[in-house]
Design a binder for this molecule. Structure first.
Ligand code: 5GP
Ligand code: ZN
Length: 113
């Protein structure tokens, strides 16, 4: 996708602090971290949001969630972590390329999921 910042991060056109990569997934540190550990996990294939997932994307979605688990272990998030995917304007999604936030390294609030 032209003009998609996360596609440009995946391709290397925009630099990022990579934490994980495989055939289907790329993960990097959020530029504006909201927790001591804040990693974004994205499918390399452009999918706009959870709303745009279809069954042709099953491999990518499964690969993203397996990557979440691997990254959490590598980042020593043994006490737990939160995974968030903002979808659409009510959720304040700002980048229209599906991504899973991994937040960890501190005690989270009970509210907001
Ligand atoms: P959203 O608000 O769509 O759920 O999350 C987008 C996230 O992408 C935000 O947390 C924001 O800080 C992060 N972000 C936006 N642009 C860049 C960038 O160029 N590089 C990195 N590493 N993170 C970015
Ligand atoms: Zn994209």
């Amino acid at each position: 996708m032209e003009n998609c910042i996360f596609c440009k991060i995946v391709s290397g056109d925009i630099p990022s602090a990579k934490v994980y990569e495989d055939e289907l997934v790329y993960a990097f540190r959020d530029i504006n971290p909201q927790a001591p550990v804040h990693v974004l996990v994205v499918p390399k294939k452009h999918i706009s949001s959870i709303d745009d997932i279809d069954c042709a994307d099953d491999l990518e979605i499964a690969a993203c969630l397996r990557a979440v688990k691997k990254i959490a272990a590598a980042e020593n998030l043994h006490e737990g972590y939160r995974v968030i995917s903002n979808c659409g304007p009510h959720a304040c999604q700002t980048v229209p390329h599906l991504h899973f936030h991994i937040l960890g390294g501190c005690q989270m609030n009970e509210k907001m999921a």
